[in-house]
Design a protein around this ligand. Structure first.
Ligand SMILES: Nc1ncnc2c1ncn2[C@@H]1O[C@H](COP(=O)(O)OP(=O)(O)OP(=O)(O)O)[C@@H](O)[C@H]1O
Ligand SMILES: [Mg+2]
Length: 402
């Protein structure tokens, strides 16, 4: 039975209808741009910064969609009450430029002009002519344009300060500031390549997007799963498990979380399962991470002590026998460890040593430990980071000295 209901919800360019946990950043953007709605000759420039996959593109595109909608509302309200609206903006345009794809000032200007006038010819104009043309169009149409330079790190690397300098001077040339700029960057060090006057114009304000926490990621994933996956094909536990992994291994990136969910769903479909199991998540995360070559995992297991190997084998067997479990309570892992010790003729280590070994295996990145509420107190839950079948096969061979 199909698990994925609609692949579009997992597309890289998909902008969600609801932007979760970014209310503060959205409010800040609206506050900075509110004046442009009323006065098209008011401009502002600022920076949106954040690490990989934390919603920089979604935030700015979402904001662009909303501010254009607000501007439409405003201008239709004005028409409705028949107020002459020369001073009220007739249209506000948000233009999202991917600087990964467009790496020149000329290219940016063309994108902006074509967004306002789609029939504008692609060729035959110098950057200076494009500036003059844009100025004329904006004045004639009484418009304001917000240019968002997404992934501006690429543009800085390709062209240095030049495009930013030109854009920051647009208001001076036009004698009216009908152009605002949002510069979206990943690495704050990129900005050091800009000269001080340009930077001070571009950076009147700065919004930093923090990595998401596990519970925020769980909300984002849940929303995406509701839309993109068949009901009943995932559990809350699996969603939270992906979110836990994304908070640590994925450094709080929603992109990582969503890709792992999608890959896990594909794997579950390929396996002919009617739902996503934790093992699909482990495999998906392992493959996505590429940072973790299989040899490195084997090397870590090989170098573990005898009892760490026995304990890891116990965890792998526990997980293998309960394919629906993302985590196991420590008490049950302890029992499974005693069974494995008996099988290999070893005396089990005591409680304190067991804890030390769990900590060590977690430091090695082979297992994941998580605190959870248990009755009125707290308990520790354990999960295996890699597919249990592979871990078991490898460790049994190791322990039998093959
Ligand atoms: N707050 C959020 N609510 C819902 N979905 C989100 C949110 N933040 C990010 N996403 C989703 O996570 C994925 C990555 O987000 P986005 O592309 O906006 O991040 P980015 O910071 O621009 O990433 P990159 O480093 O790849 O440029 C997208 O699928 C996006 O829809
Ligand atoms: Mg992006």
């Amino acid at each position: 039975m199909a698990i994925i209901r609609d692949h579009r919800y997992f597309d890289v360019s998909f902008v969600p209808e609801k932007l979760l946990h970014r209310d503060d950043a959205l409010k800040a953007l609206f506050a900075h741009f509110e004046p442009c709605l009323k006065d098209p000759t008011f401009s502002t420039c600022g920076i949106v910064q954040g690490p990989f996959g934390v919603g920089r593109t979604s935030l700015t595109k979402f904001f662009g969609r909303e501010i254009e909608r607000k501007a439409e509302e405003l201008s239709s309200a004005v028409k409705y009450v028949h107020v002459p609206s020369r001073d009220i903006i007739s249209r506000l345009k948000y233009v999202h430029v991917s600087c990964w794809a467009v790496r020149s000032f000329h290219g940016i200007m063309l994108e902006v002009i074509k967004a306002i006038n789609p029939s504008f010819p692609e060729r035959g104009y110098s950057p200076e002519e494009l500036i003059r043309h844009l100025d004329r169009e904006l004045k004639e149409k009484n418009m304001h344009v917000i240019v968002c330079l997404d992934d501006a790190d690429y543009l800085i690397n390709a062209c240095g300060a030049y495009p930013f300098y030109e854009l920051s001077r647009f208001g001076e040339y036009a004698k009216e500031s009908r152009l605002s700029v949002i510069t979206v960057i990943r690495d704050p060090k990129s900005l050091s390549k800009l000269d001080d006057p340009t930077l001070s114009t571009l950076k009147r304000w700065h919004i930093y997007l923090k990595p998401y926490t596990s519970s925020q990621l769980a909300d984002i994933l849940m929303e995406r799963a509701k839309r993109g996956l068949r009901k009943g094909s995932y559990t809350d536990e699996v969603i939270r498990y992906i979110a836990d992994k994304a908070e640590t291994d994925g450094q709080g990136a929603a992109r990582y979380a969503i890709m792992v969910l999608y890959e896990a769903a594909l794997k579950a479909e390929m396996d002919g399962c009617n739902m996503i199991y934790p093992n699909h998540v482990r495999l998906a995360a392992f493959e996505y991470d590429k940072l973790w070559p299989i040899e490195e995992v084997k090397e870590k297991m090989k170098n573990a002590t005898l009892h760490e190997k026995l304990l890891l084998l116990a965890i792998a067997r526990y997980m293998k026998n309960r394919p629906e479990a993302c985590y196991a309570p420590t008490g049950e892992i302890k029992e499974a460890y005693h069974v494995v010790c008996e099988e290999f003729g070893q005396k089990p280590q005591g409680h304190t040593r067991l804890w030390q070994m769990l900590r060590e295996l977690s430091h090695l990145g082979l297992i994941r430990k998580k605190k959870a509420r248990y009755g009125r107190g707290m308990t520790s839950l354990i999960s295996l980071e890699f597919p249990p079948e592979d871990v078991e096969t490898f460790l049994v061979e190791e322990l039998r000295g093959k």
